[in-house]
Design a protein around this ligand. Structure first.
Ligand SMILES: [Zn+2]
Length: 198
């Protein structure tokens, strides 16, 4: 993506109140100047649609062959579904059952010989995406690509030996409380309500 597009995607996240600037205590206990409130994307469908249009443009540019867009429940369902609609593909979601990422029985076409791209909201460690990929491989489904809206590792995480396509890639610094420059500056600390854990 060029610089202009990065600016545009950042402004869309801010417009949706999905990217907050301040002084936040993350689920990990570390402090950060930035926080992604990804539930705002679901809460603001029009803003999400503008973001998905950019993602769909990127996916179309890469000309991969696939029949399915697959996302992990629940936060990414709306994202993957909207992307699938705009790409003219089928959609399926995986979910956790007894600690394991699975596809419930009933997905008619998600079978051996088909190909899928995986779409997730935010890449932090890649844990959920790896679980989705493993679950697809168990079914014999080929992985044609992996995409996220935001890559918080700035490209540091590869999955299945391939880079993760993202709209916005940025390294979000997180500090231990004792070393936090925002604490030193006396900025009030906020603990966001929604879970940021992935
Ligand atoms: Zn702090």
């Amino acid at each position: 993506m060029d610089g202009l597009s990065q600016e545009r995607i950042l402004s869309l996240f801010k417009k949706a109140d999905a990217l907050l600037q301040g002084h936040f205590r993350l689920t990990s206990g570390k402090h950060s100047e930035w926080y992604f409130e990804k539930i705002r994307l679901i809460e603001n469908p029009a803003a999400l649609e503008e973001i998905i249009d950019l993602l769909v443009g990127k996916i179309n540019d890469e000309k991969r062959e696939f029949e399915y867009v697959v996302s992990p429940a629940y936060g990414a369902i709306a994202i993957g579904f909207l992307a699938a609609l705009k790409l003219g593909k089928k959609f399926a979601f995986s979910q956790r059952a007894e600690g394991k990422m699975i596809f419930r029985p009933g997905w008619a076409g998600l079978a051996a010989g088909t190909n899928a791209i995986v779409v997730e909201d935010i890449l932090t460690t890649g844990g959920s995406i790896r679980e989705v990929v493993d679950s697809l491989k168990e079914r014999g489904v080929g992985i044609a690509g992996i995409y996220v809206l935001v890559d918080r590792t700035d490209g540091a995480v590869a999955i299945e030996g391939r880079p993760v396509g993202s709209l916005l890639a940025l390294k979000v610094e997180a500090y231990e409380a004792e070393a936090c420059p925002l604490c030193k500056a006396g900025a009030p600390l906020t603990k966001p309500g929604a879970s940021d854990k992935k």
